[in-house]
Design a binder for this molecule. Structure first.
Ligand SMILES: [Zn+2]
Length: 198
């Protein structure tokens, strides 16, 4: 009986508790990763709602408040490009989709993110003060579309990656009345198949 107890205790001691700590740190630090954005698509009846979240680095190449005429011009151009939903997200013409509303904003991101070195000296502490003066911000765009033949929404093709050279991938969540699916769009694969989802 004693022997069994000792073995159990030894096994617990050997179990690498640091793996858990590491995962916690990683999750806290992974609020946004440059190159990676998120695209949420919800389709219900004739209504299509799209939401895009992307690091400022992906869209304009900087994440601080735009300084000087050049950065302001880059920001204005990006906002215009992001607002042009039907150009950014190519939908089948047969679906007859019209853009009802688009909003685009750039906002500061309070969370730390995955940068080499940062996680090392901060450890697991969630530090809201940025000792190194770094700043991160994200673009948040929402789109409301209405489609006269939503059953013809067989796919989507995005010009996002050619429009914004800093963007590498989009994590895509699609929700329709038939269910939910998750996929990824990349520079090599900028098209989304919606067959079977409508
Ligand atoms: Zn950032």
């Amino acid at each position: 009986m004693n022997h069994q107890f000792i073995c159990a205790a030894a096994a617990l001691a050997l179990f690498p508790t640091h793996a858990l700590a590491e995962e916690t740190t990683h999750r806290q630090a992974g609020a946004h990763v440059h190159g990676k954005g998120t695209l949420n698509i919800a389709i219900e009846g004739a209504k299509v709602e799209i939401e895009l979240e992307a690091p400022g680095a992906d869209i304009v190449g900087f994440e601080t408040v735009a300084k000087g005429d050049q950065q302001k011009a880059v920001l204005d151009k990006a906002k215009t490009q992001l607002a042009d939903a039907l150009k950014l997200f190519g939908l089948p013409e047969a679906a007859g989709c019209k853009l009802e509303k688009a909003t685009v904003e750039m906002h500061a991101d309070d969370h730390d993110h995955d940068e080499k070195g940062e996680a090392d000296h901060k450890g697991g502490d969630h530090d809201h003060e940025k000792a190194d003066g770094s700043q991160h911000s994200e673009f948040h765009a929402t789109y409301a579309l209405e489609c006269s033949a939503p059953e013809r929404l067989t796919g989507l093709s995005t010009t996002y990656f050619t429009t914004f050279p800093g963007a590498q991938s989009l994590n895509v969540n699609v929700a329709t009345t038939k269910g939910q699916t998750q996929t990824e769009l990349t520079r090599d694969k900028p098209t989304l198949d919606l067959t079977g989802m409508m």
